[in-house]
Design a protein around this ligand. Sequence first.
Ligand code: ZN
Length: 122
Amino acid sequence: MNDKELYRELLLKLKEEIAEQIEENNETLTANVKDATGDHSSYSFHLADMGSDTMDRETAFWRASVGKSLFREIIQALEKLETGEYGICESCGQQIHEKRLEAIPHAKLCLDCKSREETGNY
Ligand SMILES: [Zn+2]
């Protein structure tokens, strides 16, 4: 059995999905910027519309930044596969459970450390 190949496959698939999402988000951002600077009559620009425009753009920005950091984590995980550090918790150095890696192949922390981080920092 070759776990390394399995995880690499999972990571590459995820990487592709994220790349697509980032691209979609970029399109949303560009489209919104175009809308905002378009030749709308200022009188047809209701406050409510402007509000929802801003919301859309903020959501797109948020999703874009989440996507990019996720993308970075996937790249790092792929590098770790090569160096043999893959699947080791960055906090406690324990082996991350394989079920967790199958669900979140780019996981950097074991479940214990992750839940500790979540309750501690947020
Ligand atoms: Zn840990």
